[in-house]
Design a protein around this ligand. Structure first.
Ligand code: CP3
Length: 356
């Protein structure tokens, strides 16, 4: 394989010195880009894009052609795993993801197994292989998965939810059934990430998007232990060849110390916490990724630059005056109505203001 031309992102995850802070953006490929909308129109649907490795590759590379990003993220979705478990994923325009079948009981959970990665999820691994070939060492490629809890939210609710009523009722009334579901999901996530790594992913991120809807006691019972198991059991190699694992949680800043103690190399932070506080609390144990409020992209170029600078400085102040160990990102994903020109302002500001 070609040597990496830009390894800032991987070096920052190892907390090694870099010439400037690396940046990528969650949902950097997506509907805010006119070229994405054009490709989607041609392909017919989101799933049609994700299931075609050549198209998935094209869409992964689109933001890298426009912006000086320091990492690419596989174009796919967290819900490919429950889909491969037989739940039947589909998208309703304007309503988001849905499943034809849901998991509501111990009997439903007992029927689930870990899908075969090189048959049922082969299209994902093929996409990783095609993207690595096409990237040709430009920047590292990030593979990803949903967290066991976040996947379970969609599998039990049958789609997105505002109140998570069904899965919370399951946690209260049938905790053993939910643990059974979370346990299969964890086995599947570990196998999925390992397969992406084997196919060529150079960093791995777990999205615990819905960890923050749980009470602390419930988070510690239904999400955290499964993240710990992933961090322990996922083989990522050794030394400089080690594939870093990033745990991203939304609304989970209360558990930063616990997340930093899992053994993951990086922790993703949303914008509800001061990044400097997050750095102080994790004390150099992990690299931190984040945490600009995505809505900052609705601001003017001047406002974006000021907020980028504030975020960079906050990290440095909380990290003993050093900028190392920081991967710049948003605190959550981009939205379809964001201005592509503002993304260029953000990326350039990160590199300019953090130049060592
Ligand atoms: O970051 C990237 O550019 C990589 C691609 C990526 C997508 N989804 C593409 C996508 C990643 C990493 C995801 C993860 C994902 N998917 C998460 C976790 C991250 C997060 O945002 O919290 C979740 C919860 C999902 C489930 C999901 N898939 C939702 C809620 C939606 C949006 C539905 C909508 O209509 O807004 C999707 C679809 C989806 N996944 C889109 C994209 C670009 C939009 C598809 C389209 O309509 O073209």
């Amino acid at each position: 394989m070609t040597a990496l031309k830009n390894d800032r992102f991987l070096r920052a995850l190892r907390r090694e010195p870099v010439d400037c802070t690396p940046v990528w953006l969650m949902r950097q490929a997506g509907r805010y880009l006119p070229e994405y909308r054009a490709t989607r129109k041609e392909a017919g649907s989101f799933l049609g894009m994700a299931k075609n490795p050549e198209i998935a590759c094209e869409v992964t590379l689109q933001p890298l052609r426009r912006y000086d990003l320091d990492a690419a993220i596989l174009f796919s979705d967290i819900l490919t795993v429950p889909d491969a478990m037989g739940l039947g994923l589909y998208f309703v325009e304007g309503e988001g993801p849905k499943f034809e079948r849901t998991i509501r009981s111990a009997a439903d959970a007992a029927k689930l197994g870990v899908p075969d990665m090189e048959t049922e999820l082969r299209y994902v691994m093929d996409a990783v292989r095609v993207i690595r070939r096409e990237l040709d060492g430009k920047v590292p490629l990030i593979g990803f998965s949903g967290s066991p809890w976040t996947l379970a939210c969609y599998m039990v609710e049958g789609g997105g939810s505002k109140d998570f009523a069904r899965i919370k009722a399951m946690a209260l009334n049938e905790p053993a059934a939910l643990h059974r579901l979370l346990s299969v999901n964890t086995d599947a996530v570990i196998a999925y990430l390992a397969a992406q790594r084997a196919a060529g992913a150079q960093a791995l991120q777990v999205f615990d998007t819905w960890g923050g809807v749980l009470s602390p006691a419930m988070y510690r019972e239904f999400s955290l232990p499964y993240l710990q198991r992933i961090a322990h059991e996922l083989d990522r190699g050794e030394g400089a060849e080690r594939t870093p694992l990033i745990l991203f949680g939304k609304g989970t800043a209360a558990y930063l110390e616990d997340l930093a103690a899992t053994g993951a190399e990086g922790v993703g932070v949303d914008w509800l916490v001061e990044l400097g506080d997050a750095a102080r609390r994790t004390g150099g144990k992990v690299a931190l990724q984040g945490n600009l409020d995505p809505a900052t992209l609705y601001g003017s170029p001047e406002a974006i630059r000021a907020e980028v600078k504030r975020t960079l400085d906050s990290y440095r102040d909380g990290n003993g005056g050093s900028r190392e160990g920081h991967v710049f990102n948003l605190g959550h994903g981009m939205s379809p109505d964001m201005d592509p020109d503002h993304v260029a302002v953000l990326v350039d500001a990160v590199h300019t203001f953090s130049r060592r």
